[in-house]
Design a protein around this ligand. Structure first.
Ligand SMILES: NC(=O)C1=CN([C@@H]2O[C@H](COP(=O)(O)OP(=O)(O)OC[C@H]3O[C@@H](n4cnc5c(N)ncnc54)[C@H](OP(=O)(O)O)[C@@H]3O)[C@@H](O)[C@H]2O)C=CC1
Ligand SMILES: O=C1OC[C@@H](O)[C@H](O)[C@H]1O
Length: 378
């Protein structure tokens, strides 16, 4: 009963985050590019709870969309084009939740305008674009972060701690999957557009790969296999991708490899007789060592031997801080010149998109198209 109450309380606090009690008189002003579906959870609510941030602007291709968004979420100013927002000297930080294929163009333009950028995942369509964005940010002395929010949460960090502690023995395999049920995406969803950088490996596989690389503490050494499911309607889009990767063992004196499987799918079929049991979105990570295993997100299985369940909601906000709120805290610390509790750098983002590209090549679908937009040069 107590935990049901706790859950309801956490959900309520996530949806209605309390205003900070000690707001800054000179907060960072955030601008959002596009009235994106993800913006309320990923940036609007976290900003409302941060003492050093305000939601200043939102731009949309059609200003009425920006106006509707601003009214609903309490944003101060609206713009009828992304460039107008970037040209506003009041804006300090840009949140870029545009379709993947537009990440590079608008991040380069935002950096050129002198804004720090919190950039949605995956960083861009190609590794070359990601390299250029980070090089430009560094040259300009601006903060650029790919929004892998999960990394900032204490639960993720605890899993990493368990893996690194050695209590599981030598890690032999890592499995990571992120899947959503069939029927969730409409045909015009950005995730189903090749030109906008869509595909399951881009959209969800980027997390599974990132998490696997994080737990392995290294990049893969080889792709052992990779395959993609497609559909006749979207022949260049992977509805699902599965890949098997080899990592070098991180344990000294162990020359065996870690085998990792990653799995991303947009169309998990319903189950049971006549498909009557609807599938649920699933996020699962499991690292198996010679002495034990750790699972995240999934339910306890019928494991033999000793098992324990650890919960890590984090201490902040009485356990109500989301991954996005933790991410925002770190991002603002970085912008303000403080040391964030966790960070990951350009090399990490570059390696992730490089391996996404390699996996796409291996499936035969090829990497997503590079941007043809004219952008400011680094
Ligand atoms: N961190 C996370 O948990 C999540 C991250 N994401 C990432 O965020 C990004 C956006 O995802 P999501 O919010 O679901 O996307 P939406 O479908 O809501 O699209 C985002 C915005 O893209 C703009 N846009 C610009 N050009 C186009 C175009 N040609 N076609 C369609 N839209 C266009 C639209 O802005 P306008 O208002 O100007 O029309 C729209 O609001 C993606 O990179 C995705 O990977 C998505 C979900 C979860
Ligand atoms: O967190 C997520 O889960 C569902 C995906 O479609 C989305 O883009 C991703 O970021």
């Amino acid at each position: 009963m107590a935990s049901v109450y706790g859950l309801c309380k956490r959900v309520y606090t996530v949806l209605y985050p309390p205003a900070p009690t000690d707001p800054s008189s000179t907060p960072l002003k955030f601008g959002i590019l596009g009235a994106a579906a993800i913006a309320p959870i990923a940036i609007v609510r976290p900003v409302k709870n941060h003492p050093d941030a305000v939601l200043y602007g939102v731009a949309a291709r059609d200003e009425t969309r920006a106006a509707a968004f601003a009214k609903k979420w309490g944003v101060v100013k609206t713009y009828g084009s992304y460039q107008e927002l970037l040209d506003d000297p009041e804006i300090d930080v840009v949140y870029n939740p545009l379709p993947n294929g537009l990440h590079y163009e608008w991040t380069m333009k935002a950096l050129a305008a002198g804004k720090h950028v919190l950039l949605e995942k995956p960083s861009a369509d190609t590794a070359e674009e990601t390299r250029k964005m980070f090089a430009f940010a560094e040259k300009k002395g601006l903060v650029l972060l790919e929004a892998f929010h999960y990394r900032f949460h204490p639960a993720t960090q605890r899993v990493k701690e368990i893996v690194d502690s050695g209590e599981l023995g030598q890690i032999k395999s890592i499995e990571s999957s992120l899947t959503i049920p069939s029927g969730l995406l409409k045909d015009d969803d950005i995730r189903l557009s090749y030109n906008l950088g869509g595909g399951a490996m881009m959209d969800m596989g980027c997390y599974t790969l990132s998490m696997t690389r994080y737990l392995a503490g290294a990049d893969p050494v080889k792709i052992l296999s990779a395959s993609a499911d497609t559909s006749s309607k979207f022949p260049r889009i992977d509805i699902g991708t599965s890949a098997k990767l080899a990592f070098s063992s991180q344990t000294p004196d162990d020359d065996s490899q870690i085998t990792a499987t990653i799995h991303a799918n947009f169309r998990l079929p319903a189950r049971g007789p006549f498909g009557l049991i609807p599938a649920m979105p699933k996020m699962n990570v499991r690292a198996v060592g010679t002495e034990g295993e750790v699972k995240t997100y999934g339910k306890e299985g019928n494991s033999k031997g000793k098992t324990r369940t650890e919960k890590r909601y984090g201490e902040k906000g009485n356990g109500s801080w989301t991954t996005y709120r933790y991410q925002l805290e770190a991002f603002i610390d970085k912008v303000r010149g403080r040391t964030p509790q966790h960070w990951f750098d350009a090399a990490d983002s570059i390696a992730n998109i490089e391996w996404i590209g390699r996996i796409y090549e291996e499936t035969g679908l090829g990497i997503r198209p590079a941007s043809e937009a004219e952008v400011p040069s680094a």
